[in-house]
Design a protein around this ligand. Structure first.
Ligand code: ZN
Length: 253
């Protein structure tokens, strides 16, 4: 483990354009329940009912009851993994974060270039009158009870990708470009199962990037990676950053 942390730090210390890709594992360490797996949300909720565009159009209230559990009861805060990734950006190493998470925790930790493949909860549109709300307003409504537009409509839809919807094309192509430009590509907290997650490291590797993965469990793609670390990102990434800082200090920059 210590050896892998050192090798990851060596790659990052030399990187000119590192890109980080994050999945649900990073949010899980902030207490946000994951979707898949035996204790995931989809074992308790019908994803077609609460998280598909068809379900939303039938019954937006079911969606918002689900979102209340996910976003309000949890009170998630950025964890040491989010902070370490933001610190690598401040050090000029990480140039972009690509995430499947919709919780805005990277931005709250201080990352400024974040490509959200599944959108985020930040902006919410009224499908009836076109008013746009910010998450803070919606959160207030969720706490009070009902999410309803000033126009009376219940059809307030956050700019997240629901099942049955396409990924945002511009964000996806920007994420692919970033992956191809990267010289070090770091996967954090993703088992690389869902498209396009599985493809991004392949684009990076084909363009000559070195690959690092930090994930709780083995993945089917571990063989592609130069450095594989199994464990909690919130424990490992701060150590990587510390080691990068030490190496850069040694090199006098
Ligand atoms: Zn409205």
């Amino acid at each position: 483990m210590e050896d892998s942390i050192r090798r990851a730090a060596e790659l990052l210390a030399r990187a000119k354009h590192a890109v980080v890709f994050t999945g649900a594992g990073v949010s899980a360490e902030s207490g946000i329940p994951t979707f898949r797996g035996s204790d995931g949300l989809w074992s308790r909720y019908d994803s077609e009912e609460v998280a598909s565009i068809y379900g939303f159009k039938r019954n937006p209230k079911a969606f918002w009851d689900f979102a209340r559990e996910l976003m309000v009861k949890v009170k998630a805060e950025p964890n040491p993994a989010h902070h370490a990734i933001a610190e690598l950006e401040r050090m000029g190493i990480v140039k972009a974060v690509i995430t499947q998470n919709i919780d805005m925790l990277h931005q709250r930790a201080g990352s400024s270039r974040v490509y959200e493949l599944h959108g985020s909860m930040e902006l919410v549109d009224c499908l009836d009158c076109g008013r746009v709300y910010r998450w803070d307003d919606i959160e207030g409504m969720l706490v009070e009870g009902e999410v309803r537009c000033e126009c009376g409509s219940l059809y307030l839809k956050p700019r997240v990708v629901l099942f049955g919807e396409q990924l945002p094309a511009a964000t996806l192509s920007a994420a692919i470009e970033e992956s191809k430009r990267s010289d070090v590509f770091v996967v954090v907290g993703s088992s690389l199962v869902v498209y396009p997650a599985a493809h991004l490291p392949v684009y990076a590797k084909s363009s000559g990037a070195r690959l690092i993965i930090i994930n709780a469990e083995e993945t089917h793609a571990d063989h592609l990676f130069d450095v594989v670390i199994h464990g909690m990102a919130g424990k490992i990434l701060p150590k990587v950053v510390e080691e990068v800082r030490r190496l850069r200090g040694l090199n006098g920059d």
